[in-house]
Design a protein around this ligand. Structure first.
Ligand code: GRG
Length: 310
């Protein structure tokens, strides 16, 4: 099977797992509209990159069975909540995402706010389902079982930390306030990329590893690789905003320039930005290759992400 066929299969698997945890019609007698808005945004396409990355890190550290699945769905819910809220008139005021109307354009602002809140809450309810998996699957001796319970607790901590005030939400705050600033320093730009974008990649890769039983030392290394990957991914996003087309990206291009937004590209130019993407992705791959365990698909995925065209 080629890399692209394998990626397609893994993306589809991640999507099916996500769908299985979305609200059920029978459970939503008077809240069907918000449940529909949640499903609309979660199932509107998307690369499903974070759950796929999580599963590959789970496999890298020898993870087996379904323990990782509730967390794959949970992280994708958090990612989708952030996009729903980011598109709102009070934030980026965007009408299109992934080639479709944004959630607030279809369901109105109130429902879009509630749909984002709903996805964020459902994410933690879903992650807690990992405890149900633990009750059903056998993970060896009582001591090994206890370690798995602890790992699920640690994974929930990472999930909250990397998406909240110390992670993505913190990055979004700094990004919004940076729009009012005359000058954007390199330090602030890095803080924004590291928190707004890289934190969820770190969450994905660290949770996959921790659930498979990786040590704290390995988690630290993986956090660095994911940070490199996340920053490279964001710089590539800024590059694509300059050089791609609306048809390819499924959203307006040139928005950074239109909104007078300072990015790595406006700060350093296209060529240096491309070189930085290469350098960061090489470091991420070097870290991944330093583990005794190997996952060739994961390495190819990292290469593909930073060279992506949409
Ligand atoms: C509202 C708390 C809060 C945060 C919003 C995610 C975000 C923060 C803003 C969206 C805009 C943006 C450029 C974020 C940087 C991360 C990024 C490139 C997100 C898009 O991720 P993809 O390309 O999206 O994986 P798909 O559509 O493939 O799921």
């Amino acid at each position: 099977m080629s890399f692209h066929e394998e990626l397609l299969r893994k993306t589809k698997d991640a999507e099916e797992i996500l769908q299985s945890y979305l609200p059920k019609q029978a459970d939503c007698p008077y809240q069907q509209t918000v449940a529909d808005a949640m499903s609309y945004s979660a199932m509107a396409g998307g690369k499903r990159l974070r759950p796929v990355l999580m599963k590959e890190c789970y496999l890298l550290f020898g993870g087996k069975g379904q323990l990782v699945e509730p967390f794959m769905a949970a992280l994708e819910m958090i990612h989708n909540y952030s996009l729903v809220h980011d598109d709102l008139p009070a934030m980026d005021n965007d009408e299109y995402r992934r080639g479709k109307k944004t959630t607030w354009k279809v369901y109105g602002e109130c429902m879009a706010i509630l749909a984002g809140d709903g996805l964020l809450n459902l994410a933690f309810e879903t992650a807690a389902e990992a405890f149900t998996v633990l009750e059903k699957e056998s993970f060896g001796t009582p001591e090994e079982e206890l370690l798995r319970y602890k790992a699920v607790g640690r994974a929930m901590q990472i999930l909250g930390q990397k998406s909240g005030v110390y992670g993505m939400l913190g990055g979004q705050t700094a990004d919004i306030e940076a729009e009012e600033k005359e000058e954007l320093t390199e330090e602030l730009l890095l803080f924004i990329h590291e928190h707004k974008t890289a934190a969820l990649m770190e969450s994905a890769m660290m949770i996959g590893a921790v659930l498979a039983g990786a040590s704290e030392a390995d988690l630290k290394k993986l956090e660095r690789a994911a940070s490199d990957l996340g920053i490279a991914f964001q710089i590539q996003d800024d590059i694509l905003d300059c050089i791609s087309t609306t048809e390819v990206l499924g959203k307006p291009v040139g928005s950074d320039e239109k909104n007078h937004k300072l990015t790595y590209v406006t700060l350093h130019g296209l060529e240096e930005s491309k070189a930085q993407v290469r350098e960061l992705s090489e470091e991420a791959i070097q870290i991944l290759n330093s583990f005794p365990q190997k996952n060739e698909f994961l390495i190819q995925l990292v290469e593909q992400l930073v060279n992506r065209e949409k």
